[in-house]
Design a protein around this ligand. Structure first.
Ligand code: 5GP
Length: 120
């Protein structure tokens, strides 16, 4: 856990200070609809642990947390009915990656063709 900002918006969602439209929760993971959805399905998946980024999570999370995170994504896409039609997972990281919220999260986007992988 590096320079984790306890005041970031997802920390506030995790501690209940800010509400969210929850779609999934277990011991290690919370998932909720993005407040500014960019696709018919736009879900944010976050670990409950204090990890800044996918890099921080991969380097420092326990095996149990990492497994729970990937299992959660599979459960969510099945529940949302997009496992077969397809979807995109994005984890914006740091300045060049365009990360706005400094708590590790994966965007799940689906429900329609998501378009080019990168647009500039
Ligand atoms: P990033 O750019 O960090 O990858 O994405 C952050 C995402 O968090 C954005 O898509 C933004 O719409 C979403 N977001 C920011 N604040 C809130 C909030 O208070 N609630 C929810 N549900 N999503 C938020």
């Amino acid at each position: 856990m590096r320079d984790y900002d306890n005041e970031n918006i997802f920390a506030k969602i995790l501690n209940g200070d800010i509400p969210c439209d929850k779609v999934y929760e277990d011991t290690h993971v919370l998932a909720f609809n993005d407040i500014t959805a960019q696709a018919p399905v736009h879900i944010l998946v976050i670990p409950k642990g204090k990890y800044v980024s996918i890099d921080d999570f991969g380097a420092h999370a326990s095996a149990e947390e990492v497994t729970a995170f990937y299992r959660a994504i599979s459960k969510i896409v099945a529940e949302q009915g997009i496992a077969e039609s397809g979807f995109r997972c994005i984890s914006n990281t740091g300045d060049h990656g365009g990360q706005e919220v400094p708590h590790f999260h994966v965007h799940i986007l689906g429900g329609e063709k998501i378009g080019p992988m990168v647009s500039k």
